[in-house]
Write a protein that binds this ligand. Structure first.
Ligand SMILES: Cc1cc2nc3c(=O)[nH]c(=O)nc-3n(C[C@H](O)[C@H](O)[C@H](O)COP(=O)(O)OP(=O)(O)OC[C@H]3O[C@@H](n4cnc5c(N)ncnc54)[C@H](O)[C@@H]3O)c2cc1C
Length: 334
């Protein structure tokens, strides 16, 4: 088998975790990743380095999303235990507040596998304080460093080949007659990539702050109807935390905005008053576009015509992870 038997287009967290799943099954030396952006790059068209990132109950409640979350959580928990420092992944105590109760299916699913989980239902007549509060051990990731780690492992441990290149169509992934399958892990680009052109794809903008706050060691989130507020300690970063955020459906503005910075600061300080300290220093603001999709991520295979001849090939789509690529990426590739 040749190194281009399996081709993955995309080196965001989704392409990298698909490659990892394949490598763990013995296909590393037969796999090539092609990507315009690689770990270390900063571009508004490359979402992964801008993520918080943590495992949270933010995802949807359908069967697929619940299964991907569970597989992703187990994978990250194992990584934190076995190679946490190198992988920039850490177990972290977490509290999540919900303004509205999540579905019973979701709560039951999470309760079946999350470590140390307790759920407290709050008084349903108590106005804005109704909903519930979930405490559990989450997994936090240093997103830009974690993608570096996965790529390094793929190359060094498993012999995966990496080519930096922009392709114009999904069928360009069929590098030679030896290419049996192409994985399409192109994130937001799936909306315009020739041969995919998925009109259900849209960006969901988020703005976050990178702060130094070495005294913050817990993950805290609040899920509202139209907002998300969160505090995520960044593992192995000498005391940095991520403060967020926003979930702006259909917005693709790459700039960061001063009024959003102020709103993030006031919401996160209200949620965790320890942030109001001389030890807290705001270092930077960033914006990123979650690759969202109406109806959820597309994880599906398709037989396509590769070229003008009769040749057919298999494309496996894996995009549209929205705000859950880090927590669910391994599950989406499994
Ligand atoms: C502010 C913010 C906070 C977030 N927090 C979390 C969190 O806490 N937990 C969590 O799980 N997720 C979080 N996310 C979501 C997560 O970042 C995304 O789900 C994930 O990064 C999507 O990864 P991807 O691989 O699909 O896309 P991307 O990272 O964008 O990667 C796409 C890849 O495809 C390549 N590509 C595209 N088109 C082409 C082409 N034509 N030719 C060659 N290569 C191409 C790109 O170069 C790139 O390598 C957050 C996102 C944001 C913005």
């Amino acid at each position: 088998m040749k190194s281009e038997s399996v081709v993955i287009i995309g080196a965001g967290i989704i392409g990298l975790k698909v490659a990892l799943v394949l490598a763990e099954r013995g296909y590393g030396s037969q796999t090539t990743i092609i990507a315009e952006h690689l770990p270390g790059d900063t571009s508004i068209n490359y979402t992964s380095p801008w993520a918080g990132a943590n495992f949270s109950a933010l995802s949807a409640s359908d069967k697929n999303a619940l299964r991907w979350d569970q597989l992703g959580y187990k994978h990250l928990l194992k990584l934190a235990a076995q190679d946490g420092k190198n992988a920039f992944v850490r177990e972290t105590p977490s509290t999540e507040y919900w303004d509205e109760m999540p579905s019973r299916t979701k709560l039951d699913s999470m309760a079946s596998y999350l470590k140390d989980v307790t759920t407290v239902q709050r008084d349903s007549s108590a106005g804005p304080t109704r909903g519930c509060c979930n405490k559990f051990t989450t997994v936090t990731l240093n997103a830009p460093m974690h993608v570096h780690y996965v790529l390094r492992r793929l190359r060094q441990q498993y012999g995966v080949r990496v080519i930096r290149k922009k392709v114009l169509s999904v069928t360009s992934g069929f590098l030679s007659k030896d290419t049996k399958v192409v994985f399409n892990c192109t994130g937001n680009a799936a909306r315009n990539l020739q041969g995919v052109e998925d009109p259900k794809c849209y960006p969901t903008r988020g703005q976050i702050l990178l702060a130094k706050a070495p005294h913050i060691n817990q993950n805290v989130m609040r899920h509202g109807k139209d907002y998300e507020t969160y505090i995520i300690p960044r593992p192995h970063s000498k005391g940095n935390v991520i403060l967020g955020g926003y979930m702006q459906k259909g917005v693709d503005l790459p700039d960061t905005l001063g009024d959003e910075t102020e709103s993030i600061l006031s919401r996160t300080k209200a949620m965790l008053p320890e942030l109001e300290s001389s030890e807290t220093e705001i270092l930077a603001a960033f914006a990123g576009m979650r690759p969202s999709r109406e109806g959820g991520a597309r994880v599906a295979s398709e037989v396509v015509q590769v070229d003008e001849s009769e040749r057919k090939g298999l494309v496996v789509h894996d995009y549209g992870a929205g705000g859950t690529g880090f927590q669910a990426g391994y599950g989406m590739g499994s």
